[in-house]
Design a protein around this ligand. Structure first.
Ligand SMILES: C[S@@+](CC[C@H](N)C(=O)[O-])C[C@H]1O[C@@H](n2cnc3c(N)ncnc32)[C@H](O)[C@@H]1O
Length: 203
């Protein structure tokens, strides 16, 4: 399973605004989320949330029940401090491949986490998502696309087409939509992403 130490070191030693995945506004995530749920009535879990502003944005949309999960305690403390005292926010320091959620959510969001996983860690991720999203709930995942980077933060990644992501989750989730996006890093490089939205099967 993945080692939490390097990720925490990344967040402790580098400026947030210099990280290649930094965004001032969490697009297309928030747009994809409002396409399938009303954030003001939904429970959401952001997997590998890092210091992302998606938490702030969802709370601004009135989200009553938001959980952020990340292996880096440093990143989640920054989100907590930025958001301020807000009992709608729960933060959990955990490796998604080892996390055993004890409740379910209306929506699972992951921007740029799954693509770091390999082999049994992918199976563990799929199992965790199936456990965490209740029937009828949604899964939104963004990974590097086949023409995206092969490496991020010194780690090699798996690049996915939408059909490959749909296939990965096919046993428990029904495809809803997919799209491509080019993320512009703070240094100006374009990174191609694949985004998919799926719905949890009834059984
Ligand atoms: C490329 S960053 C993306 C952060 C955030 N989703 C965003 O869009 O800004 C990947 C994040 O996933 C976290 N991460 C990596 N592997 C993880 C794992 N196995 N379980 C939980 N979080 C993980 C890292 O700590 C980091 O915050």
């Amino acid at each position: 399973m993945s080692d939490p130490v390097p990720w925490d070191a990344v967040y402790r030693t580098r400026e947030e605004t210099a990280l290649s995945w930094f965004q001032t506004s969490p697009e297309p995530s928030i747009g994809l989320i409002v396409d399938v749920i009303d954030p003001s009535t939904a429970s959401v879990v952001d997997i590998g949330a890092g210091m992302s502003r998606l938490a702030d944005t969802l709370l601004d949309h009135g989200c009553p029940d938001l959980t952020v999960v990340d292996v880096s305690a440093t990143a989640l403390r920054v989100v907590e401090r930025r958001v301020g005292a807000d009992d709608r926010l729960t933060s959990i320091v955990a490796d998604v491949t080892e996390w055993r959620p004890t409740r379910t959510f209306d929506l699972w969001h992951d921007r740029a986490v799954l693509h770091f996983l390999n082999g049994v860690a992918i199976d563990a991720y799929r199992e965790c998502a199936a456990r965490a999203v209740h029937p009828g709930g949604h899964l939104i995942v963004g990974t590097f696309s086949p023409d995206g980077p092969e490496v991020c933060s010194g780690r090699s990644v798996t690049r996915y087409a939408d059909t490959e992501l749909f296939e990965l989750f096919a046993d428990r989730f029904i495809p809803i939509s997919s799209s491509g996006q080019v993320h512009r890093t703070p240094s100006g490089t374009g990174q191609s992403f694949t985004w998919v939205t799926l719905r949890r099967r009834a059984t």
